[in-house]
Design a protein around this ligand. Structure first.
Ligand code: TYD
Ligand code: MG
Length: 466
């Protein structure tokens, strides 16, 4: 409806109104009033009755943050002097209060400690175990002297949180954690200040509202501003803040893109396709790498670490058949043993089909093309079915050689060495490439198994029944 025009003054707007029989043009300079939707922060020069972005009614108010004509004039006449501040060694004070964690899987992801004054954002679907995970982290923190935790929950009653905590950790609860049923930002800050808390948990941020913010409770603007204020409070007072967030019904994190900028660590807890295993990943960590994943199982006693993934896999795999090949896959930097199953059947349609479950279809097309071209496999006569019967999505190109070997083995009826693990990426020139973090993958290979990669043998031998 309105546009910025390069021929107009900077920050001015041209509004073109189209009616049935006429066109109207209106010009607004930057000092004219802007209106902002209190629900989603959509801004417009027109005070609309219905927001075109979030479709809420009567939600537009004048944007008070925009300067008036007079204020703008004053600001223009002022000279802004930029001063360079040279950082000297003595200027930088590093506050180093770290709380070590004991849970091995949480340690992997959070580098073994929680730091005082950091802001953590934990997000994902309801019922996945966010509150349980936070309780377990708090249990770890509670062991340290001088940690006083204030847990603010609105979705669950304080008594429910306390009962769950007692059930999970029986009477061994150490440290002090107090649970409150409070959705008001002002109450949260006042309580945390009066208790001199060193760590606060807000479960969840969607339910928090501040009276100072001109927007309905639970609206996007409330959530954004409250999170911003909480982060500011944590940083100023050296208080660790855990903010819990939900995802939308479409499965993505709708609003916190902005929040991701203001917090220090963004944690995701996701589940596998059966909902049995939980994966804890860091999407952002301001002070460390985000290259690991924590794997948990939800049990009667909360989230328990899963450390024997490879043994669990090998128990169920029959590697004595021609179409099953072992490989090592990396999930967010963590090596995990996996196996690929392939089935070839005669094509009865016009074109052969390639059906893949949890594997990238396009990569399989490439592998089939390379095998047809360089290894004389007549794959045009076969439908190819590929399945990785495990809990992850495999979009990793390093499975290439395992997939190719399984197809090749099935085609020629080769029996594989059941103790062989194949790793490698295939290029279109039939070059087998070293994998990303090859040594890390090799280290994951259990005792009694051996690695077959480009270092050990030639290209075609990689596929044969070694
Ligand atoms: P919860 O932490 O409340 O999820 P969120 O905060 O993400 O909504 O976890 C709820 C689920 O976890 C629920 O389906 C029950 C299950 N659960 C267990 O199986 N065992 C347990 O010990 C706990 C505490 C929860
Ligand atoms: Mg919860």
């Amino acid at each position: 409806m309105y546009k910025k025009n390069k021929y107009l003054k900077y920050n001015s707007y041209l509004v073109i109104v189209l009616t049935k029989d006429r066109i109207g043009i209106m010009y607004f300079s930057s000092s004219c009033a802007m209106y902002i939707c209190t629900q989603c922060e959509y801004s417009s020069v027109l005070k609309m009755w219905k927001c075109p972005s979030c479709w809420s009614f009567w939600s537009f108010v004048e944007d008070a943050s925009r300067p008036s004509k007079k204020q703008k004039k004053e600001a223009d006449s002022r000279h802004v002097v930029w001063a360079w501040h040279v950082l000297k060694k003595s200027d930088v004070t590093i506050e180093s209060t770290f709380y070590p964690l004991q849970n091995k899987e949480i340690q992997r992801v959070l580098q073994a400690w929680i730091k005082r004054g950091w802001v953590y954002l934990l997000a994902w679907a309801p019922w996945i175990g966010k509150s349980t995970l936070i309780l377990q982290i708090l249990e770890d923190l509670g062991r340290h002297l001088g940690v006083s935790v204030a847990y603010f929950s609105w979705e669950e009653q304080a008594s429910e949180v306390i009962a769950r905590r007692k059930r999970l950790f029986s009477d061994t609860i150490s440290g002090s954690a107090q649970v409150f049923h409070a959705p008001s930002f002002e109450d949260i800050v006042a309580t945390a200040t009066s208790l001199q808390s060193t760590c606060i948990v807000v479960d969840s941020i969607q339910t928090v509202y501040s009276q100072d913010i001109q927007a309905a409770p639970w609206s996007v603007q409330q959530v954004k501003r409250c999170a911003e204020k909480l982060s500011e409070f944590g940083k100023k007072n050296n208080v660790t803040v855990f903010i819990i967030w939900h995802i939308t019904k479409w499965g993505d994190i709708a609003w916190p893109k902005y929040l991701e900028h203001i917090v220090d660590v963004v944690l995701h807890i996701e589940w596998d396709r059966f909902g049995e295993t939980r994966f804890l990943r860091t999407q952002k960590n301001r002070f460390w790498h985000t290259d690991d994943v924590g794997i948990f199982e939800m049990t009667l006693f909360g989230l328990q670490p899963v450390t024997n993934l490879t043994e669990r896999l090998l128990k169920h795999v029959d590697t004595s058949v021609a179409w099953t090949v072992l490989t090592i896959w990396l999930d967010n930097g963590r090596p995990v043993m996996a196996h690929v199953e392939v089935l070839l059947t005669k094509t009865y349609g016009k074109y052969p089909s390639r059906t893949c479950v949890w594997v990238d279809n396009k990569r399989v097309d490439i592998i089939c093309a390379v095998l047809t071209k360089y290894c004389n496999l007549k794959l045009a006569q076969f439908d190819v079915y590929i399945h990785v019967p495990w809990e992850f999505k495999f979009f990793d190109s390093w499975l290439d050689i395992a997939i190719a070997a399984a197809i090749y083995g099935h085609y020629h009826g080769h029996m594989f060495d059941p103790k062989a693990v194949r790793i490698g990426e295939i290029w279109l020139t039939w070059k087998v490439q070293q994998t990303r973090r090859h040594p890390k993958r090799k280290n994951e290979i259990p005792k009694g198994f051996h690695c077959i990669d480009y270092e050990v043998c030639e290209r075609v031998q990689l596929l044969s029944g070694l």
